[in-house]
Design a protein around this ligand. Structure first.
Ligand code: FES
Length: 258
């Protein structure tokens, strides 16, 4: 079930020059109606850009269903995302949520030792995924990659739910290089979940294929409407052209023509 709702900003925390964490509270009556985003789903957030309202898709980074707190990790990339960076406590934001299809959480699919691989702002859905896995009694390995150490964020939050590993391109944190070179790949995993820049995800899928691992990928295709109407997010798959906003953003690697 999708909701069109108003959320109220309770915290807006700058994490570094590019990222901030927007925490929004969802009204209790909306929670009572069954509002519950799943890991991998996203929300459309409204922005008032030059007098025109438009929406931008942001993945659910965390959700506390008891307190109704929705966390969104946002990268400053355009007018809208710069605008929300200035939103203070009490600001009202208009959301459509939850949207899209999320990660598979069934334990028989996930297995006992999943590996979560995230890069850049793509780590966002993996935080909520690792929380839900840990609630199921599963402790994932979590591998985060970035260009340099200041671009690695939410470490404390991730550390609550799994074993953390890092790569940075300049070697300022964890192993130097790309996520696909990290030594954690030498361990056997039961499944792989990934979200991040396209070349990274393609390289992760190649490793998943090589190891014959089940793997889900959260695509970051450009989106506009978020509801399957504009077709700008289309991905070619084994089942034809599918909208990443309605049939994804999470896809099984076997469906992707990579
Ligand atoms: Fe418009 Fe997917 S974003 S169809």
């Amino acid at each position: 079930k999708k909701f069109i709702l108003k959320g109220t900003v309770v915290e807006n925390r700058s994490l570094n020059d590019s990222y901030y964490l927007l925490r929004v509270v969802i009204a209790p009556e909306v929670l009572k109606q069954g509002f519950l985003p799943l890991p991998g789903q996203f929300v459309q957030v409204e922005a008032d850009v030059s007098g025109a309202f438009l929406r931008r898709p942001i993945s659910v980074c965390d959700f506390d269903e008891h307190k109704g707190l929705l966390d969104l990790l946002v990268q400053k990339v355009g007018i809208a995302t710069h605008q929300w960076a200035d939103y203070g406590q009490g600001a009202s934001i208009d959301l459509i949520a939850p949207l899209g299809k999320g990660f598979t959480l069934e334990s028989r699919w996930v297995g006992t030792s999943p590996l979560l691989v995230g890069g850049g702002v793509g780590i966002a859905p993996l935080l909520y995924l690792s929380k839900r896995l840990s609630q199921q009694g599963i402790t994932p390995n979590i591998l985060l990659g970035a260009r340099t150490s200041d671009l690695i964020v939410l470490e404390e939050e991730f550390a609550q739910y799994g074993h953390l590993f890092y790569t940075t391109e300049d070697g300022s944190k964890g192993e130097r290089g790309f996520v696909t070179n990290h030594s954690v790949w030498q361990c056997k995993h039961s499944s792989i979940f990934t979200c991040g820049p396209l070349p990274m995800m393609k390289a992760v899928v190649a490793l998943a294929k090589k190891g014959d691992y089940p793997c889900e990928v959260s695509l970051e295709n450009r989106m506009a409407c978020g509801i399957g109407a504009c077709l700008c997010c289309v991905e070619k798959t084994t089942e034809g052209h599918l909208c990443a906003c309605t049939e994804g953003p999470v896809f099984n690697r076997e469906k992707l023509l990579w």
